[in-house]
Design a binder for this molecule. Structure first.
Ligand code: TRP
Length: 344
């Protein structure tokens, strides 16, 4: 029996190189050795987009296209939509008894997000909603509803995983051994920096290269990337480690990396030429993904089939786990089902 992996994303926008190197690449590599579920977390996305349901809906298929384009293989991975599994919502309610409100307020990721969303939750977070505060509980349900044993995530998700593990331990202590405690695997790739040198590549920061960016967009973005500010003339020597262009040459494993580095240090390479080379390499790097994406874009019925199959597989698994959960919690009223069948 293969171990179960569950991981996923909120459908709120297109994926960029930060997502690719931070998680997608790893998921593609792991999918052959594990039973893999990927959750498109639309319910979670609504916790801070409840006023924009169309944004969440529109991004579901976009996210699926991003997954398929990088090589997530529907033969090996179940991609499913969170809201289509009502068992997750049910489990969230049961878990909500096992988590204190003060513990939720202490979650560092939640805290950081409340700070970032002052327009939504107020200056000091006084307008924070019950749903937003509780989303880590719902995420614990996402994970455990499928008997997930391994949860590969980025650093920012570690507090949520820790909270999920606490919930599982408390559940098992109170109701008897029922649930598997998920093991966290943190992404080994450090955060991918933005074109502007920011420590994080992010949608809201406007410093990202998207997996679906066309040649012109890539070109425009790379031409504006931050280079060593001490280099003023074309033949000034510079420090590649202070240059985002070099950083990306390295990231996408340009086979001429040593030459790029040496020529930069010795002042034999101008930034414009160096950027032009990166543009070509970046276009080549993204090309296979974009060809795959184009194929699925031309076959939308195939994407719908993949999401349907993934959701059916997830439903089956969640039903099994919830049967156990209800039994342990003594809320399994089998007589109702029995009587119902008899009446037919
Ligand atoms: N919170 C995750 C994010 O914002 C998305 C997510 C929802 C998730 N449910 C999950 C990740 C379960 C891992 C496991 O990226």
């Amino acid at each position: 029996m293969k171990k179960v992996i569950l991981t996923g994303d909120r459908p709120t926008g297109r994926m960029h190189l930060g997502h690719y190197f931070g998680s997608l690449k790893n998921r593609v590599e792991m999918q052959y050795d594990y039973e893999t579920y990927i959750i498109i977390a639309d319910v979670q996305a609504l916790t801070d987009n409840f006023e924009n349901p169309e944004k969440v809906r529109d991004n579901i298929k976009e996210l699926a296209l991003d997954y398929l384009s990088v090589g997530i293989d529907p033969e090996h991975t179940h991609i499913f939509i969170q809201s289509m599994i009502p068992e997750i919502a049910e489990l969230t309610i049961y878990y909500s008894n096992l988590v204190t409100v003060s513990r939720l307020f202490r979650n560092p990721t939640t805290k950081a997000e409340v700070n970032q969303k002052q327009n939504l939750f107020g200056q000091s977070g006084e307008g924070i909603t019950y749903g937003f505060l509780g989303y880590p509980v719902s995420q614990a349900a996402d994970i455990t509803c499928f008997d997930c044993e391994i949860c590969p995530v980025g650093e920012d998700q570690a507090p949520h995983l820790e909270q999920a593990r606490e919930i599982v331990r408390k559940f098992n202590r109170i109701y008897g051994p029922t649930l598997k405690e998920p093991e966290t695997i943190l992404s080994s790739t450090p955060r991918i920096k933005g074109l502007d040198g920011n420590e994080k590549m992010g949608k809201s920061l406007g410093n990202a290269i998207y997996l679906a960016d066309d040649s012109e967009t890539i070109s425009k973005k790379i031409m504006q990337a931050v280079t060593d500010t001490n280099k003023i003339r074309k033949n000034d020597p510079a420090d590649p480690n202070k240059c985002m262009v070099y950083y990306y040459h390295k990231l996408i494993e340009n086979e001429n990396l040593e030459t790029v580095c040496r020529e930069c240090k010795q002042g034999e390479r101008g930034c414009v030429a160096c950027k032009k080379e990166l543009i070509q390499k970046m276009i080549e790097f993204l090309k296979p993904m974009q060809e795959k994406r184009a194929y699925y874009e031309q076959h939308p019925e195939l994407v719908e089939k993949i999401l349907t199959d993934g959701t059916i597989a997830a439903q089956k698994k969640a039903k099994e786990v919830m049967k156990r959960v209800r039994k342990s919690m003594k809320i399994d009223y089998d007589f109702i089902q029995k009587n119902r069948l008899q009446r037919k």
